[in-house]
Write a protein that binds this ligand. Structure first.
Ligand code: GDP
Ligand code: MN
Length: 397
């Protein structure tokens, strides 16, 4: 006997099976989604947040400040909102904000303290934690050069305005936190907590970094939690592989732009300028800064590099510079040495390559150098500074 399957019965059977399958798939899908969202759900920190604009200086200064703020947020036990890096793309009149995680990984920071990127904060938490209409900005005292009196004028000027505009933030009120200081002593932190309880101030949003400049000695070591993003690390590794290979190499930082030349003229009146403490010591226990330490002549660069090449025996040099690279002069002077440079100009890739070099010579006064020096200290790699300790001859200049 032939089994005849009635077409309509066949299709209704199939439909049943299909719809059961679909129902099961749907349930699985919903389950999966909830598992995923449970895993990535961003919880509100009941202890509140610290947020700030890295509104002073360029990358080196912002990085110095960052370590201080990280320490401050930890001491207050509030989540640190990782601000984007502020960049000035001359001649653009407004700063450009680059998300924190374009340059650095977020995960290693979590080993030290709770952090969240500012992008994620505004996407996921701001409406609940810091709704529009209740946004107070903190500054030490009124900033008088703004439009309003008795106000932080937190959005007045560049990069202040462009920074907060990135997240469409308007401030509703100002809070002057003087005489409190962003020092992490136990008693100072206690005062912060008493004056600004989380219940009333879930977000402490600062006009500028609540941190010292230069970075305080006790925070220098926090640099170990700053790890280059995969993107920057890949560019560093590619450059080294293609241009240096397995050779050991010296990395040099030349900070010879006219802005630095001008700044160095003030060295006598402010001997602890910028990052000077990184070689002179926090109590100036290693002497006084010389002009050549701040702005080097070619003679000093040749002399110091020559010493390092001799003592290490290396014959490859990576040059990072904000202006002149002296490549042709150096190649003429050191005929057997290979000089390489990364192009196009990329400050972060330069920093990463300098960090990876086997020996580093930098500028003691520069915070750009200081970034490299800290990274190398974390990894036990040797560094020195131009004209440090100062050569006697220069003191007569
Ligand atoms: P400082 O002024 O040396 O203390 O360091 P900053 O980072 O505050 O400002 C210097 C800026 O000049 C950096 O942020 C870079 O944009 C640029 N710069 C300085 N040195 C170098 C370098 O070796 N390579 C590149 N690509 N840029 C540099
Ligand atoms: Mn600077």
């Amino acid at each position: 006997m032939e089994t005849v399957i009635h077409p309509s019965r066949f299709s209704s059977n199939l439909q049943k099976k299909l719809s059961t399958m679909m129902a099961v798939t749907h349930v699985l899908f919903v389950l999966l989604c909830s598992v995923i969202s449970l895993g990535s759900e961003i919880q509100v920190d009941p202890n509140g947040y610290v947020m700030y604009c890295p509104c002073m200086g360029r990358f080196g200064n912002q990085a110095d400040h960052f370590l201080g703020v990280l320490s401050f947020a930890k001491a207050l036990d509030r989540t640190l909102v990782l601000p984007p890096w502020v960049e000035f793309h001359f001649p653009a009149p407004r700063s450009v904000q680059v998300p924190f995680d374009v340059y650095f990984q977020v995960k290693p920071l979590l080993e030290f303290h709770r952090v969240i990127t500012m992008e994620s904060f505004f996407e996921n938490l701001a409406d609940e934690v810091w709704p529009k209409g209740k946004r107070t900005v903190f500054c030490y005292q009124a900033r008088t050069y703004g439009a309003k009196e008795n106000d932080c004028n937190a959005k007045e000027g560049n990069p202040f305005g462009p920074f907060w505009d990135t997240f469409n933030v308007e401030f509703d009120s100002s809070e002057f936190y003087q005489p409190l200081y962003h020092d992490v002593t136990h008693s100072e932190i206690k005062r912060w907590k008493e004056r600004y309880p989380v219940s009333k101030f879930p977000v402490l949003a600062f006009t500028g970094a609540p941190a010292s400049f230069p970075v305080q000695q006790q925070n220098v070591g926090l640099h170990k939690y700053l790890k280059w993003s995969d993107n920057i690390a890949a560019q560093r590794d590619k450059f080294i592989k293609e241009n240096i290979g397995d050779e050991k190499f010296v990395g040099i930082h030349l900070r010879l732009g006219s802005d630095f030349e001008n700044a160095c003229k003030h060295l006598d009146s402010s001997p602890n300028m910028f990052a000077a403490v990184q070689c002179l010591g926090y109590r100036n226990e290693h002497g006084k800064a010389s002009q050549e330490m701040c702005y080097q002549s070619e003679k000093t660069i040749f002399r110091d590099l020559s010493k390092v090449l001799k003592s290490t025996g290396y014959s490859t040099v990576f040059i990072a510079t904000d202006s002149k690279d002296l490549k042709s002069q150096l190649s003429k002077k050191f005929k057997k040495v290979k000089f390489v440079k990364h192009s196009p100009d990329n400050a972060h890739v330069d920093l990463a390559i300098l960090g990876a070099s086997d020996y580093f010579i930098g500028n003691c006064i520069s915070t750009f150098t200081a970034f490299v020096k800290r990274e190398r200290d974390v990894n036990n790699k040797p560094s020195k500074f131009w004209d440090f300790p100062p050569s006697k001859k220069h003191e007569e200049l």
